[in-house]
Design a protein around this ligand. Structure first.
Ligand SMILES: C[S@@+](CC[C@H](N)C(=O)[O-])C[C@H]1O[C@@H](n2cnc3c(N)ncnc32)[C@H](O)[C@@H]1O
Length: 291
């Protein structure tokens, strides 16, 4: 995803540090910082707009085959799909193409939702976009989602998993299903050496939230805003234990938890072919309301 039109040529700095105790204690302030950072990063998604229009107009889906297997054919069995942390709406409208009658995307970034609204206008999709912190997903949506879908780089930005899991459950209709497909926390622990072999990073798996500026070039590449001028953002690799425990704690009934080698953001392309597939890079959960 290198972009020849990028305007910043400054060398990348290492703007990564553990969140201070005061920062880590303030969930809402970390989310507000993430909102600013994602408004900045939306610039890169805007560059993918034409591609997204073509995909959605052509009836296509941006989701991986493993996600299609988890979600299944939605025709005739999904009146409403709610996509949490929907970004520019490409994955949300993929759910429409998979058969959902109506899709609703929730995201904290105004600029991402502006992009999603443009995508709706260009495709005529029956979509609604809700600007909100996921933790504040509007109560008028409670109990209405035949599918709640989230993932692909979503959970790492959230700093209160119990509150998040409670939202997932309250949005589900009585027969609704939750499908999560997201990055596996183990992928923070491994990277490629210069020969393309897996080596351990110095990431602290149990270290809690990390503050950073700048983005992985494989994903966002350079923005027109220089790295030092970008907003601090807060992410963490929640362990699978923490994620599953939060879902169970909310009362959800887990039907399936699986780990996958799928390199969902192409962040590990440098691994030599014979070593791919040895490390879990993504995971999935399928659950119901559990009443
Ligand atoms: C990596 S994207 C999610 C994946 C998305 N499917 C895509 O197309 O790339 C992360 C999204 O989460 C959103 N986000 C981050 N924190 C959020 C929060 N607390 N509430 C709602 N949205 C949030 C960001 O604005 C961003 O659009």
């Amino acid at each position: 995803m290198t972009d020849p039109e990028s305007t910043t040529d400054a060398p990348r700095t290492s703007n990564v540090r553990p969140a201070s105790p005061a920062e880590a204690a303030d969930v809402r302030a970390m989310h507000a910082a993430n909102r600013s950072a994602w408004d900045e990063a939306a610039e890169r998604y805007e560059g993918w707009y034409d591609e997204a229009v073509e995909l959605i107009r052509g009836g296509g889906s941006n989701l991986f085959p493993v996600e299609h297997d988890l979600i299944g054919d939605l025709h005739g069995r999904c009146r409403r799909a709610i996509h949490l942390q929907c970004a520019g709406g490409r994955d949300t409208l993929s759910l429409w193409n998979l058969g959902a009658d109506e899709v609703i995307g929730v995201d904290i970034s105004t600029r991402m939702l502006d992009l999603a609204a443009r995508l709706t206008a260009a495709t005529g999709a029956p979509a609604r976009w809700v600007e909100a912190d996921v933790l504040d997903a509007p109560h008028e949506l409670d109990g209405t989602a035949d599918l709640v879908y989230t993932g692909r780089g979503a959970i790492i930005w959230l700093q209160d998993l119990d509150a998040w899991a409670a939202v997932l459950r309250r949005l589900l209709s009585p027969m609704g299903r939750l499908v999560i497909f997201d990055g596996h926390p183990a992928e923070w622990l491994f990277d490629a050496d210069e020969d393309g072999r897996w080596v351990a990073t110095d990431y602290d798996y149990f270290g809690g939230p990390e503050a950073s500026k700048g983005w992985a070039p494989e994903y966002i590449d350079r923005l027109s805003l220089a790295e030092d001028d970008q907003s601090w953002k807060f992410a963490r690799a929640w362990t699978l234990g923490e994620i599953v425990t939060a879902l169970l704690g909310a009362g959800l009934r887990l039907e399936r938890v699986a780990e996958h080698p799928v390199d969902w953001w192409a962040g590990h392309r440098d691994i030599r072919p014979e070593d791919r597939g040895r490390v879990p890079l993504s995971f999935s959960v399928v659950a119901t309301r559990g009443e």
